[in-house]
Design a protein around this ligand. Sequence first.
Ligand SMILES: Cc1cc2nc3c(=O)[nH]c(=O)nc-3n(C[C@H](O)[C@H](O)[C@H](O)COP(=O)(O)OP(=O)(O)OC[C@H]3O[C@@H](n4cnc5c(N)ncnc54)[C@H](O)[C@@H]3O)c2cc1C
Length: 394
Amino acid sequence: MTVGKYDLIVVGLGAMGAAALYQASKRGASVLGIDRYAPPHTLGSSHGDTRITRNAIGEGEIYMPFIRRSNEIWRELEAKTGRRLFHKSGGLIIAPATGGAGFHVRGDFVELSASLAEKYGIAYEILDADEIKRRSPLLQPRATDRAYHEPGAGVLRPERCIEAQLELAREAGAAIHTNERVTGYEAGADGVTVSTAGESYRAEKVILAAGAWIGDLLPAAYRGGIRVCRQLIHWFEAEDRSAFDPAVFPFVIWIGDCLDEFWSVFPAPRDGMAGVKLVTEQYHSSSHPDAVSRVVTAEEAADMYHRLTRPRLAGLRDNQVQAEVCLYTLTADEHFLIDYHPASERVIVTSPCSGHGFKHSAAVGETLAQMALDGGAEFDISAFNLARLIDAQA
Ligand SMILES: Cc1cc2nc3c(=O)[nH]c(=O)nc-3n(C[C@H](O)[C@H](O)[C@H](O)COP(=O)(O)OP(=O)(O)OC[C@H]3O[C@@H](n4cnc5c(N)ncnc54)[C@H](O)[C@@H]3O)c2cc1C
C-alpha cells in the first residue's frame, strides 16, 4: 500500500537525519522520518554521551562554515528546549613535534589547527610538554610532545542533540516512524517511492542519511569506496571524578608516532555516564555494520588501559565500568559524503562521518534541507561528492 505524499522523506534519524528533519520541518515542509531502530540508540555512530567539538577545524577549511553555523544551531536548540547540549571544557591536541601519525587528514594536525585558528581569529595557544604538565597535572606528555590548546572548545551531548531535534521536528508536524527499515527507493519524474517491509511512501524528495548502512542504499559501483570500521568506547573508574569535570579538565586528542598510538580522553559531565570516557581508533578491519561484534573484550579493555592510557594519564583505576562499540563510516580521503544521487536529484545521499562528523551535524542537516527544498546548498559541498567513491576504487 502506498501512503501519503510528503515534501520530503528522511531515511535514518541519527545525527544527520535528525538535524535534516528538524530543519525541513522548521521551514514548514511536510516530512516523514524513518529509522530502522529508535534513535538515539547505540547501534550506529552517534552514541556514547559526549562528542568533541573544536572551532578551528584541522581537517580542512571547507569545514569552517559548517562548524560556525552548527555552533549557532546548538545554541538555538539549547534555548528552545532548555537542555544543555554543550560543555565548554577547552581542548588539547597533543602530538610529537614532528607532527606524528596525523589525525583524520595528512599533515601536522597541531599546525593545521593553529593556522586556521590564526586565520579565523580563534583563541589558541601552543604549549610545550612542561606547560601541558603544569596546567593539567594528570597528563604525562613525552618531552618531545607539544599541544594546540583551544580554550573555547568542548564536548557536545550527542543523544540529547538528536532527541532535541526529533522532539522539535515532531512539534512542527513531522511524522516519525521508528523500528521500520527502509528496503528500497525509486525516483521517477513525479516523485520518489520509499519502501519498507510493509509499506511504501511517496514524496517529492528523499534524503538517505543511513550512516554506516549507507552502502546498502547506494548503487553497487559506489559501495567499495566506503569502509565501516568498528571502534571502541571505554569508561574507566576515576580516583576522583571531579578532577575530570569539564570545568577543570579539557578533552585531549593524543596523536602518536603511528596510528595505533592514537587515543583520546573526554571530560566527564556530572550528569553523564559513570567513569571517564576513553576512545581509540582502528582502521585495520572493516565489515558490514550488521556483522560487527558489539562485545568489547577484556583484552581490548586491557590494551586501552595498560598500553595507551596508563603511561600518559594518571587518576584512573584499572576498572572498566562500561564499554560500547561505535562505527566509523570512512571514505578513502576521510572527508564527508554529501551529494545528489547520480541517477536523480530527487535523492540526496549523505554520510558525513569518517570519525569527525558529529560537531558539524546541525549545519549538515540544514544543508541537506536546503538541497531538498531549495535545490542547492548554501555552503560549498563540492569536496564531498559521490564520484570520489568510484575514483578511490580505480
Ligand atoms: C567512537 C566514535 C567517536 C567519535 N567521536 C567524534 C567526536 O568526538 N567528534 C565528532 O565530531 N565526531 C565524532 N564521531 C563521528 C560522529 O559521531 C559521526 O560522524 C556521526 O555521529 C554520524 O552520524 P550519522 O547520522 O551519519 O549516523 P548515525 O547517527 O548512526 O545515523 C544513521 C541512522 O540511520 C539508520 N538507518 C540505517 N539504515 C537504515 C534503513 N535501511 N532504514 C532506516 N533507517 C536506517 C540507523 O538506525 C541510524 O539511526 C565519532 C564516531 C565514533 C564511532
